[in-house]
Write a protein that binds this ligand. Sequence first.
Ligand SMILES: *[C@@H]1O[C@H](CO)[C@@H](O)[C@H](O)[C@H]1NC(C)=O
Ligand SMILES: *[C@@H]1O[C@H](CO)[C@@H](O)[C@H](O)[C@H]1NC(C)=O
Length: 915
Amino acid sequence: METSKRYKFLALCALMVSLVEAVDRNNFKTCEQSSFCRRLRGVKPGESKYELNLGSLQVSDTTIEAELVNKEADVTFKFVLTALVDNTFRVVVDEVKPLHPRYKVEGALDGEPQVSKLELLERSSEQVVIKSGDNKVIIKAAPLKVEFYQGDSLASVVNGRGLFVFEHLRAKKVEGDVVTNLDEQPQQTEDPGAWEENFKSHHDTKPRGPEAVGVDITFPGAHRAYGLPEHADRFALRSTDARGTDPYRLYNLDVFEYELDTTMAIYGSVPVLYAHSPERTVGVFWLNAAETWVDISNSKDTNVVSSIVNLVSGQQTETHVNAHFMSESGIVDLFVFLGPTPQKAVQQYAKLTGSAPLPQYFALGYHQCRWNYNDEDDVRTVVENFDEHDMPLDVMWLDIEYTDGKKYFTWDPIKFKHPAVMQQNLTATGRKLVVIIDPHIKREGGYFLHEEALANDYYVKNKDGSVYEGWCWPGSSSYLDLFNPKVREYYAGLYALDKFTGSTNDLYIWNDMNEPSVFNGPEITMPKDCVHYGDWEHRHVHNVYGLFYIMATYQGLLNRANNKLRPFVLTRAHYSGAQRYAAVWTGDNAADWSHLAISLPMCLSEAMGGISFCGADIGGFFNNPDEELLQRWYQTGAWLPFFRAHAHIDTKRREPYLYNQDVRTRIRNALRQRYVHLPLWYTLFWEHYRTGNPVIRPLVYEYPTQTDLFDIDDEILIGSSILAHPVTKSGATTENVFLPGGAKEIWYDIEDYRPLPGTGYLSIPVTMDKVPVYYRGGSIIPRKDRPRRASTLTHDDPFTLYVALDNNKRAEGTLYIDDYQSFDYKNKKYLYIKFVYENGKLTSSFIDGDANYQTKAWLERVVVIGPPSGIKEAKITSKKLGTVKLKVSYDGENRSLTIRKPGVNLQETFSISLH
Ligand SMILES: *[C@@H]1O[C@H](CO)[C@@H](O)[C@H](O)[C@H]1NC(C)=O
Ligand SMILES: *[C@@H]1O[C@H](CO)[C@@H](O)[C@H](O)[C@H]1NC(C)=O
């Protein structure tokens, strides 16, 4: 009793400290306050000390290798360039004989990259020229410079500005030593934080001293840079120099009430960047798990252009983008993707880090969360209310209060006394349950998890070898060391149905606070000199802690269901590769219009970073949204991949049925808009899984040569066929909607099918009922139009095809169908259908002819949008049906033509002709 009271008190103190401190930007470092960022940002261009010794060159089928020498410090590194498949190269630099091993990131890549052949074209003491496919690489020796060409066109230069730095590990000089080593890079020896560093009340002992790495990459001709999530910022990256601000920071942090329009770090770090021009897209992926800062400069933001570019190419290129990656430790491991289109570059990145596995269908439905649903009755009542008000709902969520005193894998013995029955009640109406499980573990005697972790030595350590203790929700907590494979196995085992009492296979998992968040730690996270399995300091691995955590959760859910059911995990912290295990959301946003608006660019950046399954808390986590904002948020959230409402414990209840009839109707309409399009969302996730193509896309992804849309991030494409321009301003009566593609492109308003040309900005009148959303002419969109209370109840429902014709009266689209939950698709149990409409005829065919699935779903209607005139009837032909006449009717001023009851099962191919 005494102890638990004390913990409660301390937890409260820790919480208050975090509340008071964290709203303050001063709680987080600036580049100036970080020794290595200061050191690397201070490197002057044009003075690179690094030279390749081409006498040491070794060439194999796929790699070239040479010594790289820091001339000033006389330290030798190994430089390796490898050609990979799909226009990709990898550049690795490591110390030849480091004092300690240097961390190489694990877990991010989806297996070993596939190598490709390279060919030596030229070799002298000054440079080496190689060729791989259509690409050429010129590697210059003194100073080191690597130029990547597509054909003869320069796409990207590594160390073009000479900012490459590799701080070799060295022994600390003791006081009194005569300093004779004048070769040391001055900025390293002079910086007062190189060997130990203070931030606020925290002291970082830096046992290995300075060990930073950095490199500049130039993209001649590039107009924009995109990527580097996660930042609460616009989609096209800012110039960090022109703005006189900090570089983009990548360091997974729990930032309380994060600011918008800044380069500050938040929960996730995905170090992939794309430089884009109408001619090409080039991507780079900086595989490093340490704290990282990235300076961006874009010639469009500055008048000082020529000097920098001259260093790179000797050419007077008007436009370019420069990036400067700086990491506290690790090695240089850089992937270069030569695109040349945005699609190719993103797919090349996806090939390396993987794409998201196909989610269960329910995961794409609507999720209702709150901190907290108080008890089992509360959960039941919320669901009943959704049903009563005809609002679809797939998943109920429980935040931390469902546990017994913040001990994960337990249930509050009073409020959640019958967790299994509660789940059975949910599944009886087609719903699932998600509960939160966080990585901090309550240090309480008798708590099995704490005792097992202590007994097995599974916790992260302090630098002196004792178990690290931090403060989080439960009070005093320790953290599982997920870098130990045994700990991951143990942790995955906790999800077994017989270990996690009260859990069922319909319970899924939310991993929060996994940056990790430590209320009393430096920058609200774990001290950098904590020690992990393998003798790595936390500084070396920080940005992948959350990745290893969700990896184990995912494995646990797989094991639990004997690999039969697809797991669903939501994570806050993320790194490259997180998409293979979890969906992400944008963390603790606020009930503010600006937070609604920023959810679009934030998720677009994540999608370009391989993480398509992204959403923002509907309504805003902190504070109370007014009715207008809440409605607009539902209307927006319906078009982002992860669709969940969530709210802070101090907010008023805001379940959508609590509002007046007008509000309820609009929210119901937004929910239905989501549900009727689920077949499209699901098909897009399938295609993402197969190709790496993002589920949601910025306009530039589909229209890469149209320069006037390079900055647009207030609208998104769902796949390639829907354009959504959500309303994110209060009191809007018109919206400035950009329709891309030029005069040839037709966009159809999804409500009245009014055709609009893709000729740029249009002023579109809006009301509270109206959101500008369009079908792209030329696409066929599969829908299920029968309203139900949950997506799981629609598996056998019939489809309607929306055939939106382009100017040539043509359209095509795809539809993916399976059992919506298992891994049987790996055994070819699915239907992947292609529809084409041309010359007045709609035909279906199977993309994977060897796959099959027994579906009950049939074709209920076909709606042809922008139909040919004078159609009197339609005829369907299939093997089973033979040829049957169908009724047709024009609707809405002849803007569409409905073909009624084709009645064909989707398992059969068919054609429908119009007469
Ligand atoms: C489950 O549903 C039954 C029937 O509605 C109800 O009586 C019971 O209280 C529910 N149990 C839980 C734990 O929600
Ligand atoms: C629709 O088309 C029919 C003939 O196909 C024509 O008679 C009718 O006037 C059209 N209606 C409108 C509103 O254009």
